[in-house]
Ligand binder design. Structure first.
Ligand code: DQA
Length: 151
């Protein structure tokens, strides 16, 4: 069975109460439940994780090797700063879809830069919590195409 890691970075544990006007009112637990239900309809299993620590996120990406076929990553603020996460993604060679609840391109200038984007299959941002389930569909489609091409 296809298995996905859905990985969330710093401050995303506070979703629901953290700047709801920017990030919405949905909690991370609700996003996890939506992802689990959506993945089930696709016959996919998910592991949902959150950490406020950059090194812990790097470790979780490393540990995905051999276990997960794809990663959905909302790296939070580390998106804009972390060469370590970029290197980790490149090292494990697992396809990554980058997700953001807010539209990072319509906010402060420093949020337009993503260290994840150059090594991601694609980016979904600005659509709120639905971005995670769209990312499940996107990675499902990507993995199907990869196996169809024998890659
Ligand atoms: C975020 C956008 C980032 O700029 C911010 O630092 C976050 C959340 C989002 O989901 O919109 O923590 O990744």
């Amino acid at each position: 069975m296809t298995s996905l890691l859905i990985l969330n970075g710093p401050n995303l544990n506070l979703l629901g109460t953290r700047q709801p006007e920017v990030y919405g009112a949905t909690t991370l637990a609700e996003i996890e439940a939506d992802c689990a239900a959506h993945a089930k309809t696709r016959g996919i299993s998910i592991t949902f994780e959150q950490s406020n620590h950059e090194g812990a996120l790097v470790d979780l990406i490393h540990d995905a090797r051999g276990t997960h076929q794809g990663i959905i990553l909302n790296a939070g603020a580390y998106t804009h700063t972390s060469v370590a996460l970029l290197d980790a993604i490149q090292s494990v060679e697992i396809p990554v879809i980058e997700v953001h609840l807010s539209n990072i391109h319509a906010r402060e200038a420093f949020r337009k830069k993503s260290f994840i984007a150059p090594v991601a299959v694609g980016q979904i941002c600005g659509l709120g919590a639905i971005g995670y389930t769209l990312a499940i569909d996107a990675i499902f489609d990507h993995l199907g195409k990869k196996s169809a091409s024998g890659a």
